[in-house]
Every structure is written in C-alpha cells, then in structure tokens.
Ligand binder design. Structure first.
Ligand code: WT7
Length: 661
C-alpha cells in the first residue's frame, strides 16, 4: 500500500478522545480508567464481585468470588446461579427496552426484518420448548451450523435457556470439520438450515451436515433441526430430521429459563492451535456473561439510543460475544447481516450504516483493507457516497490493523470524529482484553493501547520475567479473569500445556508477541509466536493444513505450511509440497496446486486453502530430519536466505523452492 515512511510517521501520531465523547462516557478520561485499574489492584476480588453484582442478574447470589484451589482451572462466582438467556432477554421485560428493536436483520438480498426484545424472548422461548420436546436437556451439547440470521441467534439463546451447551460451527467449515466437532463434543443434535444465502448465491448447509454425519462416529446425534432459509427443498432423513416449523408447532412461547451454576459450560467453540486437532475452548456462564455485558459498556460505551453493528459471523467468538450475547445483555439495538461486504457491491457496509443509522460499527482490518482497495478502483463504492454521520464509535478486531488502514477508517468512515477501538482478544479470553476506551484513551494507530481494568496483561521473556517497555516479548496475563477459557473440552492436559506452560509459572500464555511503547506503555501486538496463522482475521493452524495435505495419500508425500505477509489478508498460507511423483512444473504444477487447494477446502473449509503452493523434490531439513521452517518462511516471503544453513542436510533444495512459484 503506501510507503514505509508514511506508516512510521502515522504511527507516532496521537489522537486524543474528542471532548464531547469524554464528557458523555461511562469511563471518562484517563483518570476514570486509572481509578478502575486502582480499584482492581487494591482489592481484586472485591472489584470483580462488585461488577458481577451490578452487571449480572443472579437467581442465586454468589458468596465466593474466585476459587484458585485447583489452578489453572479457576472458578468464578462458583456458588452463584443464573441463566444467560434470562440475562439477555427476560431482564428487559417491563422496562422501556422490551419494545425496542433487539435485532434489525438485513438479508443477503437486502430484505429487512426487525424483532423487538419482547418478540425475541417469545421466539427463543418457543424454540427452547421445541428443543426440550426433542429430549434435549441441560448439559447436552448441541451443534449449531447456521447462517447469519435471527434464527442463528435464537438457536444459541434457546440452548442457553435450557442449559444445553452450544457449539457453533462456522458455515464455511467442511463436512469433515463438522464430523470431528460432533464427535469431540459428543453432541446430541445439530441445528442447521437447508441453505445459506451469501453474495446472491444459495450455498448448502444441510447436505454438508448429512455428509458429516455419514462419515461415521456420530451415533450420538439424535436429531437434526432444519431452518428453511430458502424455498429449495433438501434431503430429510425420516425419524432424525425435522424442520423448524414442525418442531415449533404447538409449542408455547413462554419457557422458564433453567438456572445453572456460574461455572456451567455455556458453550464450546473450536479454534485452531499449534498442533493438528482444533481445540474445543470451553467457556463458563457467569464470568462470560459478565464480561460480554461489561465490555459492551466499557469498550463501546453503549447508550440506550445506540444502533450497534458487529459484522462478525456467529461462527466465531466475536459473533458469540458481540452478536449473540453482548448487545442483548446490554439492551442495545443491533444490526445482524447475512451477506458479504462486496455484494451487490463494495459499498454495502456504508449503505447499511446509512440505512440503519448505525452508531457503533465493529469490523475486521481485512474487511477494511479490501474495501479501501475497492474504493480506490471505483469511486462509486467510496464511503463518501453515503451519509455516515450517525456513527460515533468504530471498532477493529481479529488482527493488527496497519496504520494506513487505521487512518483511512478514521478519515473516510469515521469522519475524523469517531474514536477507533482496536480490540485485542482471543477465542480463549471470551471478550476484549487490551483496547482503548472511547472516552478515555488517546489513540495511536496500530496500537491496541492498554488492558481493560482488572486485566493484568504484561510482556515477559521466556522465563516469565517482565521486560522493559520498548523491548519485545511474550504477551501474558498474570491473573485470571472472569471470562477466561475454563478448559479444553475433553483435554484438560492440553489446556494446561497450551495456556499455562510450566516455564511461565502460572501466567496465561496468549500465544502472541507484543511490545509496549517506551513513552506510553501502549501495547502493540506483533503476531503469533506459535504455529498459528492469522488469515483475514481467521485463525489457522499450520499443522492442521499440513495434516489435510498429507491426507491426500495418492498424491502427497510431505508438506510444510508457513505464513507470509499479505497486504489484503494480513497473512497468506504458503504450502511447500513434495509429491509422490516427480516434481511438476508449468501447467501441470498449476493444475495439481488447484487440486490440492480444493482438497484442503474439502478437508477443512475454503478459508484454509493455501494461496501459494510450491513443489520441491524435498524440503529443507536438518540432519536429524527436522524441517527448517524459518527458511521456508524466508522463501515464502521472497527474501534472500541470510540465516545459517550449515546444519542443513540438503542446501540445494533452497534454490529449487525459491524458483518455483
Ligand atoms: C488472535 C485470536 C479476537 C476475536 C477474533 C479472533 C489476533 C485479535 C487483534 C488485535 C492484533 C489481534 C491475535 C490473537 N488478534 N485481535 N486487535 N490486534 N491481533 O479470535 O480467532 O481466537 O484469534 O487474533 O493473534 O491471538 P481468534
């Protein structure tokens, strides 16, 4: 994009919060922020107890705040009881919020449907009754494989209402990915739709469910509930599959929410780790709900009059916390969008902001970068063509935002008037961790600034010792926090090893590198330090993609996957492949590369398709047979190899891999 010189200049600029925003904000000015941080430092448990009493409706109040007796398996508000759905819906009944729009849904084709909080409560309750009628009960796991729709949110809320643990699988994942998650979670049901609509196309969901279940090991599934998103019929298995209409028939629209213990698993969400198998990140109910509600108020400073729009899919953690739970708990109107930012053209987001008078807009740097590119090549989709004056706060999530994209977002979307909250967090953290506060924090483009009050984030070296500001290191969190991951479903040992490794003596390891600025102590995330890639804000394990490639046993002998920087997607997936046949070149190489891409799409999902595939007679290995990934990273970037290659068994391979493209 633009030159390095500009980005250096831009990075040093500071944008103080506008006076009017400071005045009206819940956390007002740095003094307000610091007061909360002090409260947390002086009385950690008292701080969280106060917030949990003020921001969560408890059926039974808690008496214990934090139980560290079995660390790192922390428990929060353990003897308290609540229901997550009641905290999102029932809580608002009898208040002015009940008749306010909860969800303004815009379909792929532009059709708008609105439900009020009261109507949503009725629909969630009715669907909850339908789930119960299927024999689904508290503690059961339910897979949700749904398009971005009101019904998707209803499915999640209905599970929460009866105490079932949902596990949402993003609609872009493959049958195989679905199969693995069904088995690992031991799910009793799948909630899905016949099709989903994206970019004017009707894409299958139900047939992928059928295929996933047919792959075997899914005897645990007793029912498949199908939302008919489109008129096109889909295959229905007698006795197992039922349409929403069928199961809702005759069900009451009231359903008492099932109180659960604060530590009851609200959901499992699978995410990629450094090793092959995705991890089922397990979240609890009480602490998660607290943080979903509180960060809406702190980070977005929501007011009753706001129209909030988070563009994330419910298949990701952002769509859990800031679509399915947070906005509802906060009682704010939100926009839910089914489609994609570039259909019917790349002005869709701006058009929707104008149409729905969105006040808080939360999206990913990848989306911004692709819309910049589109606006650069076609004036007609530039945000200046729409009235975006309703906006008051902008947010960014999922990957570092480069200063150029930040400046464009600030200028052309925010009209230089809206604070940008660059929110750093993870599937595992449940909600925001390090982020500016719109009415307090002076902004520096490209920096997620400071941890939220009570979040004891720090940067340490490999032995867990603090490093000074200005020096890079490993991002950790020194104390537990309420919305943290509780365990990896079915694998507590992996939980301990991944997030609380012995060397770090009890510190939570985020998996990211970071550096704090010398002047302000602001955090800047420098990227993952493990074998996890961030492609368009989606997390992908390199090993996961490697396993998928070598699973093509008729063709692939060996594969190594690394990331390389990409202007648009942040990182791009680059695969080095050794075939079981002579190394292909030219047209043949192109054709096999495409075959492999489609294979990976089938194994994992289209988001995991490698952008580059290079074929070699071999891979660079040490004499002990270890693949030297750092060399592959340099080759992927197109860099000259400057590293020491003396331990390499086969140095000639480097040149061959560098040539192929
Ligand atoms: C990883 C977590 C956060 C919800 C969506 C992604 C990267 C996330 C930022 C940010 C720099 C960021 C990190 C993190 N990341 N937000 N604002 N600045 N990096 O959740 O799939 O669990 O991925 O995304 O590398 O570890 P996720």
């Amino acid at each position: 994009m633009s030159s390095n010189i500009e980005s250096v200049l831009v990075e040093n600029r500071v944008f103080p919060p506008p006076e009017a925003v400071v005045k009206a904000a819940r956390i007002s000015g740095m003094a307000g922020y610091e007061a909360l941080c002090r409260e947390a430092e002086q009385d950690f448990e008292g701080f969280w107890a106060r917030l949990a009493r003020e921001n969560v409706v408890w059926n039974k109040p808690f008496s214990r705040v934090l139980d560290e007796s079995n660390a790192p398996f922390y428990k929060w508000f353990d003897d308290g009881e609540l229901n997550a759905s009641a905290n999102c819906l029932d809580k608002h009944m009898g208040t002015p919020t009940e008749n306010k729009a909860a969800i303004v849904f815009e379909a792929d084709d532009g059709k708008v449907t609105t439900v009020t909080f009261k109507e949503l409560l009725a629909r969630v309750s009715q669907f909850a009754n339908a789930l119960k009628a299927q024999g689904i009960k508290k503690g059961d796991r339910v897979i949700v494989y749904m398009p971005m729709t009101i019904e998707g949110v209803i499915a999640m809320q209905a599970c929460a209402r009866i105490g079932a643990t949902h596990s949402v699988v993003f609609g872009g994942f493959s049958a195989k990915a679905l199969n693995e998650r069904i088995i690992d979670a031991g799910a009793v049901a799948v909630i899905t739709a016949n099709f989903q609509m994206r970019g004017g196309k009707e894409l299958p969901l139900k047939s992928i469910v059928d295929e996933g279940i047919a792959m075997g090991g899914c005897e645990c599934i007793k029912s498949v509930l199908v939302f008919q998103r489109t008129a096109t019929p889909c295959n229905m298995v007698a006795g197992r599959d039922k349409t929403f209409d069928e199961v809702l028939q005759g069900q009451s629209t009231t359903c008492a929410p099932e109180p659960v213990g604060a530590e009851h698993p609200l959901f499992i969400l699978y995410t990629s780790g450094s090793t092959g198998k995705p991890k089922g990140v397990q979240h609890a109910t009480g602490g998660y709900l607290l943080w979903a509600n509180l960060t809406m108020q702190w980070t977005f400073d929501v007011k009753p009059s706001d129209v909030f729009w988070c563009t994330a899919d419910i298949g990701w953690i952002t769509g859990h916390t800031y679509v399915a739970y947070g906005p509802l708990a906060a009682g704010v109107t939100q926009v839910v969008f089914e489609g994609i930012p570039t259909y019917p053209n790349a002005g869709r987001f701006w058009q929707m902001i104008e149409k729905h008078k969105v006040t808080i807009f939360y999206t990913a740097p990848t989306a911004i970068r692709s819309l910049i590119k589109a606006a650069d090549s076609d004036e007609k989709v530039h945000p200046k063509n729409w009235d975006l004056s309703s906006l008051r706060i902008l947010g960014s999530v999922g990957e570092p935002i480069n200063p150029e994209a930040w400046m464009w977002y600030h200028r052309h979307v925010g009209g230089e008037r809206c604070p940008i909250v660059d929110t750093f967090w993870q599937t595992e953290t449940g909600g925001h961790m390090i982020t500016p506060l719109p009415g307090a924090t002076p902004l520096v483009p490209g920096s997620c600034t400071l941890p939220l009050p009570g979040i004891m984030a720090a940067i340490v070296d490999e032995a867990g010792h603090d490093v000074p500001n200005g020096a890079g290191g490993i991002l950790v969190v020194k104390r537990p926090w309420p919305s943290m991951i509780r365990t990896i479903w079915n694998d507590p040992e992996r939980f301990k090893k991944s997030y609380f490794p012995e060397e770090l003596k009890g510190l939570y390891l985020a998996g990211d590198g970071a550096v704090r600025s010398a002047d302000r102590g602001y955090f800047r995330i420098t990227g993952r330090i493990d074998d996890v890639l961030n492609v368009s804000g989606h997390r992908m394990g390199t090993m996961e993609i490697e396993s998928a490639l070598v699973a093509k046993t008729d063709l692939v002998a060996e594969a190594a996957v690394v990331g390389r920087p990409d202007d648009l997607t942040g990182e791009a997936i680059c695969a080095f492949v050794v075939l079981k046949r002579p190394r292909p070149t030219g047209e043949e190489a192109k054709q096999i590369a495409n075959e492999l891409r489609n294979w990976v799409a089938k194994e994992i999902g289209p988001i995991a398709k490698p952008k580059d595939i290079r074929f070699g007679d071999n891979l660079p290995k040490t004499r002990s047979g270890k693949i030297m990934r750092r060399l592959l990273r340099s080759i992927a970037k197109g860099e000259a190899i400057t590293q020491d290659t003396s331990t390499l068994e086969n140095p000639a391979i480097l040149e061959q891999l560098a040539q192929t493209n």
